[in-house]
Ligand binder design. Sequence first.
Ligand code: SF4
Ligand code: SF4
Length: 342
Amino acid sequence: MDRETAEQAVRFGHENSSGHLDISFFGGEPFLEQDLMFHVIEYAHSWRSKEGITMPLRFFATTNGLLLNEDTIRRSVDAGIVLSLSLDGHGACHDATRPLPDGTGSFARIAENFPALLQICPNIQVLATFSSRNIKFLSEGIEKLYYCGFRHFSVGLNYEETWSDDAVATMRNEYKALGNFYEERYKSGNPASITIFDSRIASHVNKSCERCACCDKHDGEIAVAPSGNIYPCLRLVKTDEDHSVLLGNVKTGMDRKLRAKIMVESAREWHECKECGYRGRCFHYCGAVNYKVNGRWNQPPHILCLEEQCSISVADEIAERLYKEKNPLFMRRFFPGEWLLR
Ligand code: SF4
Ligand code: SF4
């Protein structure tokens, strides 16, 4: 992306947001263009102060960690960037899906920076995506990363591939094993935050599913490609020749009717979900995932349906046991009212 387009995107984001604006740098790998990234941040601050704009603004970046070093980590944090690290587990587990161009694994190189990363960003979130190729390492991978010092994990599956019955059975076993680890961490007094369980326990307590903040809240999300082309979500960025979900360009404007249509379609509940007992707690509203897998904005992938049923069941079993024993950390986190009244 050239600087002019990036600056235009900053202005476009402000003009199309009301409550607040989050700017997330994504790729590929955003640190390949770190000079541009830091320029965008400086530009945003100077343009906002010239225009007298006070709308809250935050910056995020998801990185594969390969170009990080102590200086880049510190510079990012000083610039106000909230970093997330894409790590698909530990060691061979990560290497199975993220090889370097020469075919060797990338984990060892990223791990060199763990001490600096955890010292400067102790609450960094690990984004771990598992496929049928490395699902058997899921619980072991997260557990090892925990003992490296990470505490916050966003765990998900690759929904775009075909999952065999064996791979689904492995997924179920691994989610149970990860659930045991999560429970045991609460009992030890050093809990880990693992999204698939945290959000399901929260949805039991609050009786509703926390929808994805990026799409459902406030003004929603758009993604801007290097050409300035606008797409509904970063998961849906296409090549410039593919106009199937193109919403416009930051230089010429956005087709708001098409965007609204996509959001309405995504929010329309899939007919098979209407009678489901997991309804309201299951996250089947991601239009990007649904569209990529099924060509419909509201039809969830089969593997997502199986995963949701599994993770909600495991989370409920864990929560029941921790609630019964009135685990202090669990109660303080999920039932603060009861905890205060004890
Ligand atoms: S578990 Fe499956 S059927 Fe039930 S709401 Fe979720 S996606 Fe729909
Ligand atoms: S389509 Fe999915 S990933 Fe994209 S912004 Fe919406 S909920 Fe988030």
